[in-house]
Design a protein around this ligand. Structure first.
Ligand SMILES: C[S@@+](CC[C@H](N)C(=O)[O-])C[C@H]1O[C@@H](n2cnc3c(N)ncnc32)[C@H](O)[C@@H]1O
Length: 208
């Protein structure tokens, strides 16, 4: 992600505060879609670890929060400590395109909001598949929850006296940053692949 554009402190505050219903929603959805609640999970492009932290609350999974930004990983370390998860979670400074983990060593790979920043999403998905153990699954994508979740986030925003979300500013920040989900499948050599598009965004599900 473009580091100059990323306000790490502001992002962290929102993710842990008003946006928390959104991470809780996707954590629940990941369990519904994968059924994986134990073993090792990699949160790819984890930022401060928000999706993994939400999933940790409702599973026995251990976590690796992988990100290429050292600043984000510093936040993740703090968030891990504050959540009392030091025994279950660690950070990994790495690029999704070349992951320093061995073949078939991970049970679940998750990611939210990071794919649009990857130079070659197909390469990253093949890396995820390489590190996935037999029986493992990948659930990665983008979105801000269902309309119902967005309402909950807005309610939290009002409750906390925050200013309304500046969609125009977000649109401006994200200009030129997008993911061609429809074109991904043809670029990879993985048949256990499903693209789910719905009111909660675009999500890729893969299994081994
Ligand atoms: C918009 S943030 C999303 C953070 C978190 N997943 C969430 O849902 O809030 C995107 C994150 O992806 C990370 N990222 C972008 N490209 C990456 C890459 N090639 N390898 C690893 N991390 C990457 C950025 O550093 C940033 O922390």
């Amino acid at each position: 992600m473009n580091k100059e554009r990323m306000d790490v402190t502001g992002y962290d505050r929102r993710a842990l505060g008003i946006d928390s219903p959104m991470y809780d929603y996707y954590a629940q959805k990941i369990i519904e879609k994968t059924g994986i609640t134990s073993g090792l999970c990699v949160d790819a492009g984890a930022g401060g670890g928000y999706l993994g932290l939400a999933l940790a609350k409702i599973t026995d999974l251990a976590f690796i929060f992988l990100d290429q930004s050292e600043k984000m990983l510093e936040r993740a370390e703090l968030n891990i400590a504050n959540a009392g998860l030091k025994k279950r979670a660690r950070t990994l400074h790495a690029d999704v395109h070349k992951i320093p983990l061995t073949n078939e060593s991970v049970d679940l790979v998750i990611s939210r909001g990071s794919i649009p920043f990857w130079a070659a999403p197909g390469t990253a998905l093949e890396e995820f598949y390489r590190i996935l153990a037999p029986g493992g699954m990948v659930y990665v994508g983008t979105g801000r929850g269902t309309p119902e979740v967005k309402k909950q986030v807005e309610a939290k925003r009002e409750e906390m006296g925050e200013r309304p979300h500046d969609w125009e500013k977000e649109h401006h920040h994200m200009r030129g940053i997008h993911c061609d989900y429809d074109g991904i499948e043809s670029k990879i050599n993985i048949t256990n692949f499903k693209l789910n598009r719905g009111e909660d965004g675009s999500w890729i599900h893969m299994w081994k």
